[in-house]
Structures are given as structure tokens and as C-alpha cells.
Design a protein around this ligand. Sequence first.
Ligand SMILES: [Zn+2]
Length: 89
Amino acid sequence: MRLYLLTLRRSDYGYDTYDGFVICAKNEEGARRLFLEQKLCADECTGYLSSAAKHQCIWADPERSECRLLGNAAKDVIAGIILASFRAG
Ligand SMILES: [Zn+2]
């Protein structure tokens, strides 16, 4: 397992948004897939959508978010989000 830093490529999404995560996953694809599978996103993804609109996830999109490999995780670290940075309103 590896540790990844996932951050927004733009910083102007406003409040009630996540602007970064540290994630433990097998690879970048696995780190990004967490958000599609677990619906963890806040207003950075869903704030401007009607409830019927399709969720185009920022965290799954390399054009809008950057995923940087930080290094190998210790053997006992469980896959998932290690730390989240949230900008409350
Ligand atoms: Zn999303």
C-alpha cells in the first residue's frame, strides 16, 4: 500500500469543500476510486448540482485534482482516507 496526497488544481471552490486528502491505496486509481464508491465529496463536487444531475467527481478527474505519491505506507495502515482538509463556511 502507498500513501497519496490528493489536492485540488484550483483553490477557488469556496467554503464547505474539501481541498485535500491523504489516502492509503494500492495505486492512484484506487485512491481516486474511493470517492466514486463511497460518495465522500462535499460542495467542491456537489454544491452546484441539482439532485438529479450526474456527479462528475473532481477527485476522480486528473484534470481537476492532482494525486501525488508520498511513499510506502507502513504494513499495518488500512486502505482509505488517512486525513482530510475541509474548509468550513
Ligand atoms: Zn465528487
